[in-house]
Design a protein around this ligand. Structure first.
Ligand SMILES: *[C@@H]1O[C@H](CO)[C@@H](O)[C@H](O)[C@H]1NC(C)=O
Ligand SMILES: *[C@@H]1O[C@H](CO)[C@@H](O)[C@H](O)[C@H]1NC(C)=O
Length: 358
């Protein structure tokens, strides 16, 4: 029996389509988009300075960061190159085996989230692209079974949900969704729609999926500037995160039970960000309230543009622009994804996953 298992293990290694690194796939919104929106006619874009000011090229890339974003840093920790934006024409041939990033700034769980950005890749379209991707990989490696193995063994990250509040429910004082639902019922509706997305991801072959919740939506510089009177985190968006995140963790745990396996891993980004928001100095930040790039109170009004205020040292700020963390804050988040306790990662952290999934 032992001999049999050894043989199987050896064969599996030989049949693996890529040496060493496992593939990595990314789905979601601007927190994880690494340039897809550069190829779209939309206002949700990060392709002008000072975005990318601390990226190795010091040029904008489409990432909503001063430098690297969360998927880049996860790739680095895994010893892999960054996944390329799926719409980048250079993503072809062997490069496909590294994985792909399907994320698109502005999107949400719901199809009607981010309508004001016009032409963005909504989540169901991202999943269609994932299917197209698999067809393209099979053409490169000449074998559907190997493509299936590559996808089954891959790590997946999905970051969605914040925009369903910011760019839908809370977008204007009166919105269709607000007339339709109170916060509790809207969150339940989001979770039931999100469950369908995750089930589809599973059907497409994903077997290890990091699912992030929303950050503390009332504490981002944009909320402080527009919804808070005294510099405290804004009440209503905070309530949204407090309701939504536990429901997400419950749904994920139920889905895993249904599947009989810990396919989905809940990443509690709210607890992660609350740490540096409540005690920025402990993480080397001078502030977690003022964005590095922006204008108005807390640099939280509008968006970051070439005409905005810009801080000289991005590492001292938790927030890069009115909505998105700096590379430094992203590094803290990824560190916690790898080594965090069950306060942050459930049912397990990424270090444990890496040990299990050899
Ligand atoms: C969202 O769009 C997808 C694909 O276009 C569709 O299958 C799905 O039913 C839509 N969801 C809702 C809630 O309308
Ligand atoms: C990861 O999670 C496990 C289980 O909660 C914990 O024991 C461990 O300390 C965490 N960190 C690392 C680096 O594995």
């Amino acid at each position: 029996m032992l001999g049999f298992f050894l043989v199987v293990a050896t064969m599996a290694r030989v049949a693996a389509p890529v040496e060493g690194a496992r593939a990595f796939f990314v789905f979601g919104d601007s927190l994880v988009d690494n340039g897809n929106n550069n190829y779209l006619i939309t206002t949700a874009r990060a392709d002008s300075p000072p975005y990318g000011i601390d990226y190795p090229t010091h040029r904008p890339t489409g990432r909503f960061s001063n430098g690297y974003n969360i998927p880049d840093i996860i790739s680095q920790e895994l010893g892999a190159e960054s996944t390329m934006a799926y719409l980048n024409p250079e993503l072809s041939g062997e490069k496909l085996l590294v994985g792909a990033n399907f994320a698109s700034a502005g999107i949400g769980i719901l199809n009607d989230t981010g309508v004001q950005f016009a032409n963005i890749i909504r989540i169901w379209r991202q999943l269609e692209f994932f299917q197209d991707y698999q067809t393209r990989v099979s053409a490169v490696i000449g074998d559907e079974e190997q493509t299936k193995a590559l996808v089954n063994k891959a790590l997946v990250l999905i970051t969605l949900g914040g925009n369903d509040f910011v760019n839908n429910y809370f977008l204007t004082p009166i919105t269709l969704r607000r007339l339709q639902f109170n916060l509790q019922d809207f969150s339940k509706f989001l979770i039931s729609e999100y469950k369908k997305v995750l089930q589809r991801l599973y059907d497409l072959g994903a077997r290890r999926v990091l699912v992030t919740g929303t950050g503390p939506l009332g504490c981002v510089p944009s909320s402080l500037a527009t919804r808070s009177t005294n510099g405290q985190c804004a009440e209503e968006p905070q309530r949204a995160s407090a309701i939504y995140n536990p429901l997400l963790e419950q749904m994920i745990s139920g889905l895993n039970q249904q599947l009989g396996s810990s396919v989905f891993v809940a990443v509690n980004t709210m607890n992660m960000q609350n740490d540096f928001i409540s005690n920025p100095q402990a993480f080397g930040f001078i502030t977690s309230k003022v964005a590095c790039c922006g204008q108005g109170p807390y640099n939280g009004v509008g968006v970051c543009t070439p005409a905005s205020n810009l801080c000289p040292n991005r590492d001292l700020y938790a927030f890069w622009d009115p909505f998105h963390p700096t590379e430094k804050a992203n590094r803290i988040i990824v560190q916690t994804i790898f080594t965090g306790s069950d306060k942050y990662m459930s049912p397990m952290n990424l270090s444990t996953i890496m040990e299990l999934d050899i």
